[in-house]
Design a protein around this ligand. Sequence first.
Ligand code: PMP
Length: 383
Amino acid sequence: MSFNRYFQSIPTTIFEQMNHLAVQHKAVNLGQGFPEDNGNPKVREAAADVLLNGYNQYPPMLGTVALRQAVARHDKRFYGADVNGLTDVLVTAGAIEALASAVKALINEGDEVILFEPFFDAYEPLIIMSGGIPRYIPLKTPSWDIDFQALKQAINDKTKLVIFNNPLNPAGRVYSRQELQQLADILEPTNAYVIADEVYEHLVYDGQKHTSFLEIENMRNRTLKIGSAGKTFSLTGVRVGYVTACEDLIKITSKVHQFLTFAVSPSLQQGVAVALDQSDADYNELWQDLQTKRDYFCSGLRQAGFNVLPCQGTYFATIDLTGTKWENRDWDFAQWLVTEKGIASIPYYAFYGPETSQTSFVRFCFAKSQATLDEALKRLKTI
Ligand code: PMP
């Protein structure tokens, strides 16, 4: 049988593979990044009300006015950005569709796209599907600092786009305003756009404040900032994402979106619209709760003898296997861990380009119940 050559050539995602192994070996699943609780009640209540009593026909293609205005208010409130909800916001089916629409909207055959390794695994296929060429720049290990020198060297006439994920999945690194500005200053004289994947914008710990790329003035007209209700409201199944960008960029991105999903359920959009206006206390509760889980789980990992890297944001803790018998064998380790010890994790190699077959880093999702974390730590301590 003959199918699309690229998709024939790639495996299903590491998340699917690990979920499968986790079920097979009755493992505690700290692989895929999703919380175990029921998620934000405001979203669910408002969405349920619309689903039962409200309008459930095709909503506007760009998103409901209520949600687009709520995203604009959110961006002003947290980032001081002046956003016109009617022209500068697009609502998508999760952040993943925002990424797909934006990449497709910008890329012509042969355009180059810069990815910082490790990167969220969807970026690479989305670029290749659009005829683009990924250019990989490793972040410096184990601090995950941007190698600005390497970035300058990688930029050329074909560089069309940089995808910048902050806070960073998988490494939990949060980049400072100064680092964002340095990146912007390098890109300003080029023609490159930035997709700022900020789905973990509200999952930042230790009192640190997330800086959005929307705040970086000299790249504002070439920036598409992506958010996700799934992460912000602990409802990864809700599948609502949003793009904020200048009008021209929203227009072109929406031309792709109209043929991918056209629109997202109006009930879920209303749930997210209501919840985006929630109090500071509600936003704080999210990161404070996750920070407690992070501290508990990371300290357990350390007690079990692992070298745990700092985690400033996201759902993820990382161990560094450098200097152990698993050095540069993250996939071997993850397979052993799930089959022999019953713990599913995600090896970092999945977040690297084709040149990297294994790394020394493994990711665990700590956005889980106390019982799940306790069981995982109990098993880890027997290693
Ligand atoms: N970007 C990053 C960095 C992610 O980690 C994820 C989800 N794991 C997404 C985008 C996709 O988000 P959504 O679930 O809203 O599609």
